[in-house]
Design a protein around this ligand. Structure first.
Ligand code: GRG
Length: 322
């Protein structure tokens, strides 16, 4: 299948739905929300939700509110992660970060509003039977909160500058990045009414894709660090796969997770083809090849990479902000 076309079409569907749910108004908060939400992210999580719903036998549109909600939660996490108290990043999705444009106070509120709106959108998905809806909302809450993404971010903060074992690193990644990717797949399956064995297989797929995604992200960051921004030593103080396993070890881990993701889908037939293609696309992102630079502009899995500038690492070395 032509995965690039598939991703572009599904991404456009999600973009339109998000823009319609949060139409432009004259308030600065709404402008700031739209600035971050409609900035051209890859829409990996919502696309996984739509694809999983189809594997379960439902039309993708049934899962669209949940897909939008996951993108809202993901965008909130990026806006908050970029704040001076976290990573202190200047660029996100190829443009200045929310707090650089709108100030820290409003950027915090953008995240708060997106997280809250996500739950309103899911609860209001009337076309989804109430029992399925409640089950899906509860799973998203768990994946986004202390047991999942927020807890993982806290572990990540605590791990900076310390020696970290592979097991600990996996735990951080499973929660910080993996939980939302896993739940994106599960929610599509739940909303679509997947039977228990399909749900189990899709869950395993989501877990392996979640880890592969984060390992690839670490590899891309490490490659960038070596070639471009000269922050190698500080980046290596972070808990990442290349820092612990080396680049080759990290690539092997990503390949193992990819193979496990495909194996989980083995018995799901042609309906699962988009999920297979997405897994393969994630680990063969164009920026992954050693010779490539920092990516080209525009949508897609080759969207511009944001140089990481960890404020916490700078603070610990006493280096002034770049
Ligand atoms: C602040 C509560 C809180 C959580 C932050 C996920 C996260 C936790 C922070 C993001 C930091 C980061 C860059 C992690 C690496 C993996 C990742 C989530 C990359 C960004 O996701 P993409 O590549 O981004 O899907 P786009 O912009 O395409 O949506």
């Amino acid at each position: 299948m032509d995965v690039t076309r598939y991703l572009a079409a599904r991404g456009a569907l999600v973009d339109r739905a998000l823009a319609a749910r949060l139409p432009a108004t004259r308030t600065r908060l709404r402008q700031a929300i739209r600035y971050s939400l409609l900035a051209g992210g890859k829409r990996v999580r919502p696309i996984l939700t739509l694809a999983a719903a189809e594997v379960a036998g439902a039309p993708a549109r049934l899962a669209l509110p949940f897909a939008c909600a996951l993108e809202m939660i993901h965008t909130y996490s990026l806006v908050h992660d970029d704040l001076p108290a976290m990573d202190d990043d200047d660029l996100r999705r190829g443009r200045p970060t929310s707090h650089r444009v709108y100030g820290e106070g409003l950027a915090i509120l953008v995240g708060d509003a997106l997280l809250t709106e996500a739950f309103r959108v899911m609860v209001g998905a009337q076309a989804v039977p109430a029992a399925r809806r409640v089950a899906a909302v509860a799973e998203v809450a768990a994946a986004a909160g202390e047991q999942g993404m927020v807890g993982g971010q806290a572990l990540d903060l605590a791990a900076e500058g310390r020696r970290t074992s592979v097991a600990r690193l996996q735990d951080i990644h499973r929660r910080k990045t993996g939980a939302l990717l896993r739940v994106a797949v599960r929610v599509g399956a739940l909303v679509g009414g997947a039977n228990p064995s399909t749900l189990r297989r899709l869950t395993a797929y989501g877990e392996h894709v979640g880890l592969a995604f984060q390992i690839v992200d670490d590899i891309l960051d490490a490659a960038e660090t070596h070639t471009a921004d000269g922050r190698k030593d500080k980046e290596l103080a972070k808990a990442t796969y290349p820092a612990i396993l080396g680049l080759e070890g990290a690539r092997e881990s990503a390949a193992r997770e990819h193979a496990a993701a495909l194996s989980a889908l083995r018995l799901l037939g042609p309906k699962a083809e988009p999920l297979r293609a997405i897994a393969t696309h994630i680990i063969t992102r164009p920026e992954l090849s050693a010779s490539s630079g920092s990516g080209s502009a525009g949508r897609g899995f080759a969207a511009p990479r944001t140089p990481r500038a960890p404020a916490r690492a700078r603070a610990s070395t006493g280096e002034p902000p770049a």
